[in-house]
Design a protein around this ligand. Structure first.
Ligand code: IPE
Ligand code: IPE
Ligand code: MG
Length: 259
C-alpha cells in the first residue's frame, strides 16, 4: 500500500485519461468497450479524489482533435458522457462536488449539453471539490481564442498593445480560472501532453503511468501523489527544503477493492 502525506496534497490534479482503446484491443473487444470501462474508472477516481480532499480534479475527457475519430466512436463517447452525467448526478450533488466544463462545449450534441448545463448550474454552489471536464478541449485553441479577443480590443482602441501582458491574456483563457494544475498525470504509457492545459501546466509536476485508464485505481492515484510529494518544486527559484512528514501524518487508501 502506498502511503501519502495527508497535509501535502496537490491542490489541483489534472489527468489525461488515456488507454481505453488499447485496453479493449488487448481483450479483442471494440474500442467503445474500453471507453465504457473507462467511465467506471472516472467514477472510482472522482470518489477517491473527493475522499482525499483534493480541491480540484480536471479530467481530459475529449479533445478538440478527438472529433476526427470515426463517427461511431465519437457517438459512443458522447452517449457515455451523457450516461455518466445522468448516473452521477445525485452523487455529485449530494457530495458537494461542483461540476464545470472547459472547452468548445457548443460543439457537443444537444443531448449532452443539456445534462451538462443542468448539472453545472445545479452544482455551482458546491464547494467540497471542483470536478472539471475538458470536453472538445484544446490548449492551443483556447490560447488562440484569448489572443483573438485581445487583438479585437486593440483594433477597437480599448487596449494598448503594451497592455497585452501575460495576465491580460490569461484572463481570457477559460482553463486558467481553475488555477494551475499542481500534478498532471497521464495514464496509458504515452509520454506527451496532447494539447492539454498548455498554459496552466507551465510548472505542473508531470507523472506518467503505464496503467491503461480503465485499470486505473485509487492505488495508482496514491502512487502519483506520493511521487509528487517526493518532488521539489522550485518555480525557477532556489531550493526550499520542506521538513519530512512524521509517520502519523501518512495515510493510505482503505476503500474496498475497486469494481
Ligand atoms: C482515451 O483513450 C479516451 C479518449 C481519448 C476519448 P483512447 O481512446 O485514446 O485510448 P488509446 O490511446 O487508443 O488506447
Ligand atoms: C488525449 O489522448 C485526449 C484525451 C485523453 C481525451 P489522445 O489519445 O487523443 O492523444 P494522442 O493521440 O495519443 O496524442
Ligand atoms: Mg489515446
Amino acid at each position: 500500500m502506498t502511503l501519502i502525506e495527508a497535509r501535502n496534497l496537490p491542490r489541483h490534479v489534472a489527468i489525461v485519461m488515456d488507454g481505453n482503446g488499447r485496453w479493449a484491443e488487448l481483450r479483442g473487444r471494440p474500442r467503445t468497450a474500453g471507453h465504457r470501462a473507462g467511465s467506471h474508472a472516472v467514477r472510482r477516481i472522482v470518489r477517491t479524489a473527493r475522499r482525499l480532499g483534493i480541491e480540484q480534479l480536471t479530467l481530459y475527457a475529449f479533445s478538440e482533435q478527438n472529433w476526427g475519430r470515426p463517427d461511431d466512436e465519437v457517438d459512443a463517447l458522447m452517449n457515455l458522457l451523457q450516461e455518466f452525467l445522468v448516473s452521477e448526478r445525485d452523487e455529485i450533488l449530494q457530495n458537494g462536488i461542483q461540476l464545470r466544463a472547459v472547452g468548445n462545449t457548443q460543439k457537443l450534441p444537444p443531448h449532452v449539453r443539456e445534462v451538462l448545463d443542468e448539472l453545472s448550474v445545479r452544482s455551482s454552489a458546491n464547494r467540497r471539490m471542483v470536478l472539471s471536464l475538458a470536453l472538445s478541449y484544446g490548449g492551443r485553441e483556447e490560447i488562440a481564442c484569448a489572443a483573438r479577443t485581445l487583438a479585437q480590443q486593440v483594433r477597437d482602441g480599448t487596449l494598448d498593445p503594451a497592455e497585452v501582458t501575460e495576465e491580460a491574456l490569461a484572463r481570457h483563457i477559460p482553463s486558467v480560472s481553475f488555477g494551475d494544475p499542481d500534478l498532471l498525470i497521464r495514464t496509458g504509457g504515452e509520454v506527451r501532453i496532447s494539447n492539454f492545459l498548455l498554459w496552466g501546466a507551465a510548472y505542473a509536476e508531470l507523472f506518467f503511468s503505464r496503467t491503461l485508464w480503465p485499470d486505473y485505481t485509487a492505488e495508482d492515484l496514491y502512487e502519483a501523489i506520493a511521487a509528487y510529494q517526493g518532488r521539489q518544486r522550485r518555480f525557477g527559484l532556489v531550493p526550499f527544503v520542506r521538513p519530512s512528514a512524521r509517520p502519523s501524518e501518512l495515510v493510505g487508501h482503505t476503500e474496498p477493492a475497486p469494481t
